[in-house]
Design a protein around this ligand. Structure first.
Ligand code: AMP
Ligand code: TRP
Length: 337
């Protein structure tokens, strides 16, 4: 990675190991992660410290962590090309989080819409971590001197605050952090809920609203057949008036590479039943090989252990260097005088 003559730009992204990953996570994140691997120096973190901002069952969380790592590997991400590691294995995330917290204003955090949403959803546990969540996210990104961060609309505000914190720090102490830019992907887009196609497909919604990456073929077919469409029967791309059908078309287009016109031509008048079966077929064909590899990897503890150890060490090396710089800049007591 470091020996490249032309330095590649660094991309950082994180996924929380909560619940199960969905087709939305696949199309909006994992699939793109793979496409970016050759062109960029990629750091893909499994952000387990972010996950505990809402109460987690320890056994479930532990399993979800290994599941996400196995899915990273099963979609074909390479631990040699990219850094695939757990956030909590690199303690500097938490350390930088504290430092950056001292450069973040409450007024800024008060404006975060995700905090407002999540505090409504978890009214019995509005903890300080949930409030300072964007600071930890800034620490993730800045720790690796990341140039680019692929973000969905819901994370834009968090990336903005990361940029503000980096700029503020640089202004006070001189050039320290790279100020990250949003990365807008060429492909992908948002996958919408199967039951309410005006909302984003989300792993925290009920089962029938999403396809999980690990759903069996039968379950996928059932869920797609039950997906909400309209009372008309024409397969036509019209997100405004036909959000359900348009969502299915866009899933099919992303997976198969067909254009909307080609799909409309092929299924336009065949009725929703035939079209939905074809959508289910292409999702199943895409996910089956991934599931097969996933099942091999999740039981291969030695391989997982090796990836985890090597990656945590490589990530720690970068993180250590950044923290050394930060400590020096702000004047913390040096260990060696
Ligand atoms: P989350 O599941 O919200 O933690 O998101 C993890 C990653 O998956 C982020 O990069 C999101 O932008 C992406 N993602 C999650 N849900 C969707 C969706 N329905 N459509 C597209 N991308 C998504
Ligand atoms: N907050 C992000 C989400 O919920 C996850 C995340 C944590 C992240 N740290 C990050 C994403 C750094 C991009 C960069 O999706």
């Amino acid at each position: 990675m470091e020996a490249e003559t032309v330095k590649k730009k660094r991309i950082f992204s994180g996924i929380q190991p909560t619940g199960t990953l969905t087709l939305g996570n696949y199309i909006g994140a994992l699939r793109n992660f793979k496409l970016l691997e050759d062109e960029y120096d990629c750091v893909y973190s499994i952000v387990d410290l972010h996950a505990i901002t809402v109460r987690q069952n320890p056994t479930e969380l532990r399993k979800a962590c290994l599941r996400v790592m196995s899915l990273y590997l099963a979609v074909g991400l390479s631990p040699e090309k990219s850094l695939l590691y757990f956030q909590s294995h690199v303690p500097q995330h938490a350390e930088l989080n504290w430092v950056l917290g001292c450069f973040t204003y409450m007024g800024e955090l008060n404006r975060m819409t995700q905090f407002k949403d999540k505090s409504q959803k978890h009214a019995d546990n509005i903890n300080a971590g949930l409030y300072t969540y964007p600071v930890l996210m800034a620490a993730d990104i800045l720790l690796y001197m990341s140039d680019l961060v692929p973000v969905g609309a819901d994370q834009k505000q968090h990336l903005e605050i990361s940029r503000d914190i980096a700029e503020r720090f640089n202004k006070i102490y001189g050039d320290t952090f790279v100020v990250p830019e949003p990365y807008i992907g060429k492909v992908g887009g948002r996958v919408m809920s199967l039951q309410d196609p005006t909302r984003k497909m989300s792993k925290s919604d009920p089962e029938d609203t999403y396809v999980a990456m690990l759903d069996s073929a039968d379950v996928i077919r059932k869920k797609i057949r039950r997906a909400i469409t309209d009372s008309d029967s024409e397969v036509r791309y019209d997100p405004e008036n036909k959000p359900g059908v348009s969502n299915l078309m866009s899933i099919m287009a992303t997976i198969t590479g067909k254009t909307m016109d080609e799909i409309a031509l092929e299924y336009g008048s065949k009725g929703y039943g035939v079209f939905k079966d074809a959508v289910a077929d292409c999702i199943i064909a895409e996910l089956e090989p991934i599931q097969k590899r996933f099942n091999e990897i999740i039981t291969d503890k030695a391989y997982l252990q090796q990836v985890m150890t090597v990656s945590a060490e490589r990530a720690s090396n970068i993180a250590y260097r950044t923290m050394l710089k930060v400590r020096r800049k702000i004047g913390l007591a040096a260990l060696k005088l």
